[in-house]
Design a protein around this ligand. Structure first.
Ligand code: NAD
Length: 329
């Protein structure tokens, strides 16, 4: 099995290289992202391995098919970046459906606690021996109402964490889980009643801009919003308007609508042209991180392991348990 591995970072090699050796796979690591040009590098390979900001559209799938590439190995859970319909009957698309839901949920809680209690800014002040705490007053989470949008693996882990803070939990999911001890309500009710809203649903046509001018209008003044799922769930301009109107006490974003090409890269010496990103970063009550909710040792090990198992199943004609098809999607 020969795999062309796109968007490589040093930490990818650390986990994938030794595992690939165990399986006898040959991986060619490139730093470039997968796009219409670089996809041509996959000629002569059996599969490509891509990450969250590598897009594979219908034209690229056709190219891969012509080059006899058999599969797309997504080393992530989300698959909104691949045209699944176009791949049907041409290439197998395999993902890592679950690696460590706790990694993302714990990070969502970290974002909430940070933006609520200003620990990031307090750290910066005390390093400069400025021990003034003005402007850092937060809110107790205890007994507040948290709204969880999407009660899959990560949403459930988040609910367990929120319950540890003795919060009342409201949840919205078009496929409610009867085994969960939560109060399912409509999306509208969740938006209206929650003190904290955390997004844990996938990005689909239905969920795109689920946080928009209208839903922000429903939210309580002083609400906290956390997004560790996909940037496209939030209409950025509506969020900025809401922030300017002081609707939000705090916003934690691990993902951003236009993150492609910026997140995971060092752009510190460049002029940032994305005015919305610059605007968001300028708010004292917004914290932005670079799509790193998944980034724990446990998650990285599981991602590499499951990706290699997916490659093995593809190579040996075994059942493709983690295949994404239009129906499963
Ligand atoms: P999952 O498939 O286990 O759960 C998703 C849940 O969302 C399901 O219960 C589903 O019914 C629900 N859902 C579907 N449509 C919905 C809608 N319209 N409104 C509300 N809920 C809806 O997925 P998961 O493992 O919990 O992951 C959730 C998302 O987290 C992924 O899709 C991915 O985008 C994101 N993610 C982010 C990171 C990160 O590093 N920040 C890492 C992994 C996953």
């Amino acid at each position: 099995m020969k795999i062309m591995f796109y968007s490589t970072k040093p930490y990818d090699k650390l986990w994938f290289e030794p595992m690939a050796k165990d399986y006898g796979f040959e991986i060619h690591f490139v730093e470039m992202k997968c796009d219409a040009e670089t996809v041509l590098l996959a000629d002569g390979y059996d599969a490509i391995c891509i990450f969250v900001n590598d897009y594979v559209n219908a034209a690229m799938i056709e190219k891969l098919y012509q080059m006899k590439v058999k599969g797309i190995l997504l080393r992530c859970a989300g698959f909104n970046n691949v045209d699944i319909k176009a791949a049907e009957g041409k290439l197998h698309v395999l993902r890592v459906p679950s690696y460590s839901p706790e990694s993302v949920a714990e990070f969502a809680m970290a974002l909430l606690l940070t933006v609520n209690r200003y620990t990031h800014r307090a750290y910066a002040r005390t390093r400069d021996f400025n021990m003034n705490i003005n402007g850092f007053m937060g809110t107790d989470l205890h007994r507040k109402t948290a709204g969880v949008v999407g009660t899959g693996r990560i949403g459930q882990s988040m609910i367990r964490i929120l319950k540890g803070f003795q919060m009342n939990i409201l949840a919205y999911d078009p496929y409610p889980n009867p085994k969960l001890d939560v109060n399912y309500v409509s999306l509208e009710e969740l938006m209206k009643q929650s003190d904290i809203i955390s997004l844990h649903c996938p990005l689909t046509e239905e969920t795109k801009h689920v946080v928009n001018e209208k839903t922000i209008g429903l939210m309580k003044k002083g609400v906290y919003l956390v997004n560790t799922s996909r940037g496209g769930l939030i209409d950025t301009e509506a969020l900025i308007d809401g922030l300017l109107e002081k609707k939000f006490a705090g916003v934690g974003l691990d993902v951003y609508e236009e993150e492609e090409g910026v997140f995971y890269e060092d752009r510190s010496n460049e002029i940032i042209k994305d005015e919305n990103l610059v605007r968001l970063a300028s708010f004292p009550n917004v914290i932005i991180t670079s799509h790193m909710g998944f980034f724990t040792k446990e998650a990285m090990q599981a991602i590499a392991q499951v990706t290699m198992e997916n490659a093995y199943a593809l190579e040996s004609g075994k059942e493709l348990a983690n295949e994404v098809t239009p129906e499963k999607g």
